[in-house]
Ligand binder design. Structure first.
Ligand code: NAD
Length: 323
């Protein structure tokens, strides 16, 4: 008899149990969103060690079954988070990194698609936008079911810095970073507000200094944050893991949340055929819809620059065929 899928516990698979994957799994344990977490890693011992350590949090977190598994354990997963592969090494170009991690994706994505043909893929490995496109191609999934963590992290950094500048809770700051997760990312200043009030007016209202130099400084700190953190501690993982959890929550709980996730862009201000971030509605189906917002001219120009950069990297990759 076929198992009744409505009775299945919620399973989330994490492929790549390194800094990012393991920190996300840890956060997921506290959230109670999943009943099962499977960790898959080329380094089996690492996945086993993380699973053992995570299991010992159970008396303090939510009852969750965690184990180190194989690709076959991704079967029936609601979401598979891809965090496998290395980060950029000093002196390495983004194209070199993309080649290295594209090889890893060519190995793992077809396996996931084989065992979990109905899952939602959530890509976090860098360069995340290029690998989101590649995961789409290699899985053969509909674009709706392939999400990139995109600029969710950059948007969090941006909101944190804006909140600190205006001395208001980050949750009251509505502002997005769009485009590439990387050097060409685009601050959507034209949409940024606190409590519905545009930032220049909010500055006057509160008597807080606000001009082009402050904007430049806040954006520079947002864009370059990863370099400063990696210089000091070698990796970034807490904030990205929290961002991944927020995406997974929006999906599993069908929240229709707007987040700046990455997904395949078609025909937005003439931009097509790349994945990058736009404010996007997320639901249980995955990408419910990208919001086609009216943007300022310089913002559109910025997105075109992201498109060019991403296309150049994708053109430099050896062709990866769908499985
Ligand atoms: N998108 C974002 O906002 C963001 C933020 C931080 C880090 N990242 C990226 O996330 C990725 C992971 O970073 P990390 O710090 O966790 O790295 P890490 O080195 O700590 O972990 C990577 C893990 O991937 C595993 N792995 C490598 N090849 C594999 C394969 N073929 N199959 C299965 N597992 C494999 C490794 O064994 C390792 O455990 C990097 O690409 C990094 O740049 C993205």
């Amino acid at each position: 008899m076929m198992p009744d899928r409505r009775n299945r516990p919620v399973r989330v698979a994490v492929v790549g149990a390194g800094h990012v994957g393991a920190t996300f799994a840890y956060a997921l344990m506290f959230s109670g969103l999943a009943s099962e977490i499977v960790l898959v890693d080329a380094n089996r011992a690492r996945a086993e060690g993380e699973a053992m350590d995570l299991n010992h949090t159970e008396p303090f977190t939510r009852a969750t079954r965690v184990w180190a598994g194989d690709y076959s354990d991704c079967a029936e997963s609601a979401v598979v988070v891809l965090a496998a592969g290395a980060g950029q090494k000093p002196g390495e170009t983004r194209l070199d990194l993309a080649k290295r991690n594209a090889e890893i994706f060519a190995e793992i994505v077809p396996q996931i698609a084989r065992y979990a043909p109905e899952t939602i893929l959530l890509v976090t490995t860098n360069p995340v936008d290029v690998l989101t496109s590649l995961a789409l191609r290699l899985s053969g999934f509909r674009a709706q079911r392939v999400i990139g963590s995109g600029t969710v992290l950059d948007t969090a950094r941006f909101r944190h810095l804006l909140g600190r500048h205006f001395h208001v809770d980050t949750h009251s700051v509505h502002a997005f970073i769009a485009g590439e997760h990387g050097d060409s990312e685009v601050p959507l200043w034209s949409l940024a507000n606190v409590a519905g009030v545009p930032l220049d007016q909010f500055g006057s209202l509160l008597g807080v200094h606000w001009d082009e130099s402050v904007k430049r400084e806040i954006f520079t700190q947002t864009r370059d944050a990863a370099y400063h953190i990696i210089e000091r501690k070698g990796a970034t993982h807490f904030a990205v893991a929290a961002g991944i959890l927020r995406i997974v929550e929006a999906v599993l709980r069908d929240q229709h949340t707007v987040l700046s996730v990455g997904s395949q862009v078609e025909d937005f201000y003439g931009i097509s055929g790349v994945s990058f971030s736009l404010p996007t509605l997320l639901s249980r189906a995955g990408i419910e819809r990208q919001l086609r917002l009216n943007l300022a001219e310089d913002e559109v120009a910025g997105l075109r620059r992201s498109e060019e950069i991403l296309r150049d990297i994708m053109d430099g990759l050896p062709s990866q065929r769908a499985a």
